[in-house]
Ligand binder design. Structure first.
Ligand code: SAH
Length: 403
């Protein structure tokens, strides 16, 4: 069997009537849509996806362990999957970051956002002179050397560090992996610029690949409301929203996170930007409890940021997640002064923007506070949403005035 003039390891033949998503360029083929398998492909091997009559529609990476049995690389029958393919796809993705790359105010951004940059399972972030890569799927893992070679050739980084220490790899039957994979090993702390603000990033031990790059534009949006305000930054991580708020003239900032390491970097990031304010606070604790404590003490704020981790990773968790979101939003409204600003996020892809808005509405009803939506927020443009792949939209936020 061949695709684009290259030998492939097999084919999955879809059940009758199951070709529509493939024709609409959705990149995933679920096991339930597959009628039969031809050949015996290993994890990550390239296979053809054919309709029930055997007509080839696409080719992609096979993953026998995952419910997502094939992730499509290409629909183009003339395009073979190999070193040239990855160099081409990566190069196009890098070009799409042109504006961010040309601006000298930002040196940390996502170069490749997996499926939504037409490279399923491949994530590449730049932090100054270093690249951080994630190979999230069997297909991405299969081509890791070709991908690394192309990164070196096209981007000429000082070094490449791997952060494939993410749970989704287990669903693909892959071990978690992390460490330097090419060139110089990054130092423990790398300094980057984001809209000319300075941030220290721990590439090796930090969350995600070191920074929540997807919040870049939202951090800037929040700064517009921060002047003269007393701010409570919940789930602050390394102080992203605090640095922007401090630079915009916030009166005082209380940072809350469960990670002592993150808080330590938040403190250093404030100082690095000349924003060391004596009565700022750094509270190591559980936001659910800390917020209740403030409410019970009658402590009040002018602006509250809620940027929690993902509460729902599967459909079964959506109900519990919405209860969690409602809980923190309710208590956050209770600690806001009249006319205060609530900036609230959910990064659970399974909680739709519509459902999230309903949850915040429910919180406002229970808090007995009218609230107005001033702005709707989404993920930064280097984390694009591919229209044919709505699953790539996950981050949503609301800026509300709570009356
Ligand atoms: N707003 C941040 C990113 C937040 S990520 C930024 O702009 O960079 C979510 C953060 O929540 C992580 O730092 C994690 O350590 C923290 N966290 C997770 N569960 C928590 C809890 N129950 N209480 C407090 N912090 C928590």
């Amino acid at each position: 069997m061949e695709w684009g003039g290259s030998e492939v390891a097999g084919a999955v033949v879809l059940k009758p009537g199951r070709q529509k998503p493939v024709l609409n360029r959705h990149p995933w083929v679920f096991s339930g849509a597959i009628g039969r398998l031809q050949g015996s492909p290993a994890a990550g091997d390239t296979v053809i996806v054919a309709d029930s009559e055997g007509k080839p529609l696409a080719c992609g990476a096979y993953s026998g362990r995952s419910q997502i049995r094939v992730r499509i690389w290409t629909w183009n029958p003339d395009e073979a999957v190999g070193a040239d393919f990855f160099r081409e796809r990566l190069g196009c993705s890098f070009q799409r970051r042109g504006e961010l790359r040309a601006a000298n105010h930002t040196t940390a951004y996502r170069l490749v956002n997996a499926e939504s940059d037409l490279l399923p399972g491949v994530v590449v972030d730049r932090y100054g002179g270093y690249l951080v890569v994630q190979f999230l799927t069997a297909g991405a893992e299969r081509w890791r050397q070709e991908i690394l070679d192309a990164l070196v050739e096209l981007e000429k980084p000082g070094g490449i560090y791997e952060r494939s220490d993410v749970d989704v790899r287990r669903k693909e039957g892959l071990r978690l992996a992390k460490g330097p994979v090419w060139g110089r090993e990054p130092p423990d702390i790398v300094e980057i610029l984001e809209y000319a603000r300075r941030f220290l990033v721990d590439i090796k031990h930090g969350q995600k690949t070191g920074l929540y790059l997807d919040q870049r534009q939202n951090r800037r949006a929040v700064a517009r409301y921060a002047a003269e305000r007393e701010i409570l930054n919940c789930f602050c991580y390394t102080g992203g929203f605090s640095v922007y708020s401090g630079a915009a003239g916030a009166r005082r900032i209380v940072n809350v996170d469960s990670s002592a390491d993150a808080l330590a970097l938040a403190r250093r990031n404030m100082a690095l930007n000349g924003l060391k304010m004596d009565d700022d606070e750094y509270i190591e604790g559980n936001v659910f409890q800390v917020l209740r404590g403030y409410r019970d003490q009658g402590r009040a704020f002018d602006l509250v940021v809620l940027d929690p981790p993902k509460f729902a990773s599967s459909r079964a968790q959506v109900d519990a997640a919405t209860r969690g979101y409602k809980d923190i939003n309710l208590v956050a409204m209770q600690v806001l002064r009249p006319g205060g600003i609530l900036v609230t996020f959910s990064c659970s892809g399974l909680v739709s923007p519509d459902l999230f808005q309903k949850v915040v509405f429910g919180a406002s009803v229970d808090a007995g506070r009218d609230a107005q939506i001033l702005e709707r927020l989404s993920q930064a443009s280097d984390h694009p949403v591919l229209l044919s792949f709505p699953e790539s939209e996950y981050l949503k936020g609301l800026i509300c005035r709570v009356l």
